[in-house]
Design a protein around this ligand. Structure first.
Ligand SMILES: [Zn+2]
Length: 421
């Protein structure tokens, strides 16, 4: 998990100065604990959880807090030496049992656990709780500002400051912020795990999710995350925003750098009677001629998407339909009839522009696009897409931005994931 998190951070362009694992700092943390015991500010407690819950609720200390320093030091060594079972002993801060902030009422700093650690194995049986570990790590590492989720609560800041003060460690400026929620998306780790168990979601990078992994897979650029963070700000309350906001930022980043191609979803053959045989040249990006172009050899046979054909069949009158950057045609009783090639003619009396592929072209590629709802769009793409590399993002005209996930050169088949329109 830790390395997965690091990968996410690196994708966003953040290079950690140092990565610290608490499990490799245990000897130092034990030393700091001993310091507290010597000061008389921490004690080993043998009371049951139930008893302590009650005492803390009522505001009374247990009898262990009166043990002298020598006995506490001896017991602490025995705890570290694996002489106690889980739940038999804990190290507590001698806090303030009458504090209105219950967190301050003799909280546990360390507890015994014999669960094997993924890095340390069975080497240690005494592990610090979050507040102690964080206070000491932040204090000893020279951290000045701490940013963390407001789910953490403000009551624990008092406890962490207390621990730092007792150990003469510097306090930090704490900035807490609320969760970011994308409306309509599952963002809670708990819910995601549940959906994975049922098989509705296959992995953490499933396109139905808005995890960094899923967004990265879809082609959401690192710059977009920065833009969003600046736009949303560090509000202590939860922030809800729409997917449209993510896609708007990302489109601005992608649009100038992605080449455009034709992908015809659910392709159907259509004939435009009288269409001349000719060569059509289309730019890879209308605003970047230096990027080059691709050529099509067209006749009267085209592939059009079923959706477009259905829409054309509902058109009334003799208005022109334009095959993008190619020709204009009209509907007639006997089918589609060629009208002209000039865009000007279309501009005067046209109703719709659609994209297309030459049906005689033997080098078209089969394409699959994994959609955000988990479904798959299937169709054909122009031959120029054969040169794309995995990871490249393209804009399919009138369909959307898609990131190439894999290609099967042998079968001339490309698998994309949908980013946004
Ligand atoms: Zn006790």
């Amino acid at each position: 998990m830790a390395s997965a998190l690091l990968e996410d951070i690196k994708y966003l362009g953040i290079q950690p100065v140092k990565v610290v694992s608490i499990s490799s700092d245990l000897p130092m943390l034990y030393e700091q604990a001993e310091k507290l015991i010597r000061q008389g500010n921490a004690f080993v407690c043998f009371c049951s959880q139930e008893k302590m819950r009650e005492l803390r609720h009522e505001g009374f200390g247990c009898s262990c807090r009166n043990d002298d320093t020598k006995r506490n030091l001896d017991e602490w060594k025995k705890v570290l030496g694996k002489n106690y079972k889980e739940g038999e002993a804990v190290l507590r801060l001698k806090g303030d049992m009458s504090s209105p902030n219950h967190v301050m009422r003799d909280p546990v700093l360390f507890r015994v656990t014999y669960k094997e650690h993924y890095l340390q194995g069975a080497k240690y049986c005494v592990w610090p709780l979050y507040d102690f570990a964080n206070s000491v790590e932040d204090g000893t590492m020279g951290i000045t500002h701490v940013m963390r989720s407001s789910e953490f609560g403000t009551m624990r800041i008092e406890l962490q400051d207390r621990i730092k003060d007792l150990l003469k460690l510097p306090r930090q400026t704490i900035i807490q912020y609320g969760r970011f929620n994308v409306r309509g998306a599952v963002t809670q780790g708990r819910e995601i795990r549940k959906l994975m168990e049922t098989g509705a979601i296959k992995s953490w990078d499933d396109p139905q999710l808005v995890t960094i992994k899923a967004l990265r897979r879809r082609g959401i650029q690192p710059e977009t995350f920065w833009e969003l963070a600046i736009e949303v700000g560090l509000s202590p309350t939860e922030t809800n925003f729409d997917w449209q906001m993510i896609s708007a930022f990302n489109r601005k980043v992608l649009d100038p750098k992605c080449s455009r191609y034709f992908y015809v979803e659910n392709p159907q053959k259509a004939t435009v009677k009288g269409a001349p045989q000719r060569k059509v040249e289309l730019k890879l990006h209308p605003d970047a001629p230096e990027r080059g172009s691709r050529q099509f050899f067209v006749s009267d046979a085209f592939y059009l998407s079923k959706k477009d054909l259905d829409a054309i069949s509902k058109l009334k009158g003799a208005s022109l339909v334009r095959l993008m950057d190619c020709l204009n045609f009209k509907k007639s009783d006997s089918g589609f009839v060629f009208d002209s090639v000039e865009y000007e003619r279309y501009r005067m009396s046209g109703s719709t522009i659609i994209h297309w592929l030459p049906a005689d072209d033997k080098s078209l590629l089969s394409v699959k696009v994994l959609m955000p709802d988990g479904s798959t769009s299937k169709g054909l793409a122009e031959s120029a897409t054969a040169g794309l590399k995995a990871g490249e993002i393209v804009q399919f005209a009138r369909f959307g931005f898609c990131r190439l996930e894999s290609k099967n050169e042998h079968a001339k088949e490309l698998s994309f994931i949908y980013c946004h329109n």
